[in-house]
Design a protein around this ligand. Structure first.
Ligand code: ACO
Length: 333
């Protein structure tokens, strides 16, 4: 039994905010942002919501897979910025696209969210409980950002990406001899370091108790700690996944990493001793969209013909939690 991605989709807000626009809001410059992060511009919502972006991305993924919304068994939305706490975004998406048969729920693993959702769906499909799933990463981070804090507001953008995955009973052997499908996965969490990247919800407040100390209700980040975590943990978990699959870095055609920062990606490539050309990047024009970065990049690569049948991809996410993971798959769609 193989589990394959048969459709991808994405949705971005229309509004483009450049580094020059950011320099009108806070004391920063295009040069500083580009040098430290690789970001030149990002998309910012002017009314798009996590569910509306997610629904658009899902419809694109279904169209590519030539499937109807009524065929969908499971919808998993990874998000840390839903517009509603209740109901969950996946239920909003289910209703918006008309996937009435689907079981739908959200999952929050921040920037690792899409990867964790993919692996969760994989586990459901492996048991035979469901035959297919829509996996989505969708964020409107612009509402969680303190737009006066130059150290964070320049980093993030809004958007959504989706993938439709299906269980196929017969193995598909590609021309290069590789069997299509998800081959291996590694996931990890380190809650003890969670506060290096945090954002608070409403604090406890009721007739019997009022929280006095409040965490700032905006994204707070110790950038250097996040940098250290990512550059150490990402290569380690990719190596672990490759070892589990009896593969080496040379067996991988593309490393589709969470798009947080070009310097993190360069450092991961160096530590893995892999050619940087195998690390596609799109953060220059869309910034860091947390759970949406991996599926949006995957969709860009897929639609631009940059992924061929039989290519082996490593998807790797890392982010708040702290969470991290890597999955290996051979493209068969
Ligand atoms: N423009 C100009 N100056 C700035 C800006 C800005 N946008 N932001 C911070 N600075 C200043 C600081 O105030 C500081 O000034 P000071 O020396 O006078 O105090 C100086 O630049 C250096 O600040 P640092 O925070 O030490 O900057 P650093 O070199 O660490 O770069 C960065 C910050 C890019 C965030 C870096 O720490 C990094 O790459 N971290 C990785 C974390 C990351 O990418 N997070 C993304 C989100 S998390 C995720 O997706 C997993």
């Amino acid at each position: 039994m193989a589990i394959k991605i048969t459709g991808t989709g994405s949705a971005l807000p229309e509004k483009i905010v450049t580094n020059f626009d950011m320099a009108e809001l806070v004391e920063t410059s295009d040069e500083w942002i580009r040098e430290r992060t690789g970001i030149a511009e990002r998309r910012i919502s002017t009314g798009d919501t996590v569910s509306s972006l997610a629904a658009k991305a899902c419809m694109e993924a279904l169209a590519m897979a030539k499937r109807d919304a009524a065929d969908v068994d499971l919808i998993l939305v990874a998000t840390c910025s839903p517009e509603l706490l209740l109901p969950c975004c996946a239920c909003q998406v289910q209703s918006a696209i008309g996937a009435h048969q689907a079981v739908a729920f959200d999952l929050n693993a921040a920037c690792s969210g899409f990867l964790f959702a993919l692996n969760t769906a994989y586990a459901y499909l492996q048991t035979g409980l469901y035959k297919n799933a829509l996996i989505v990463g969708s964020e409107v981070l612009s509402k969680l950002i303190d737009w006066t804090d130059r150290s964070t507001c320049v980093l993030f953008g809004d958007g959504a990406g989706a993938a439709f995955i299906e269980l196929s009973k017969t193995d598909e052997i590609c021309e290069n001899g590789r069997a299509a499908g998800l081959e291996e996965m590694v996931m990890g969490s380190d809650g003890a370091k969670g506060m290096v990247l945090a954002c608070a919800e409403r604090s406890v407040s009721n007739p019997y108790y009022k929280e006095t100390e409040q965490i700032k209700p905006y994204v707070c980040m110790d950038g250097q700690e996040v940098y250290k975590f990512a550059t150490r943990q990402v290569p380690a978990c990719i190596k672990e996944a490759l070892e589990k699959a009896n593969l080496t870095v040379d067996d991988v055609d593309l490393f589709v990493l969470h798009q947080a920062n070009v310097r993190i990606i360069e450092s991961v490539a160096k530590r893995l001793k892999a050619d940087l050309s195998k690390f596609p990047m799109n953060l220059d024009h869309i910034g860091n969209m947390s759970s949406a970065t991996i599926p949006v990049l995957l969709d860009e690569l897929n639609r631009n013909g940059k992924i061929k049948k039989g290519d082996r991809l490593v998807l790797s996410g890392f982010g708040a939690g702290l969470t991290y993971g890597a999955s290996i798959l051979v493209w068969g769609a």
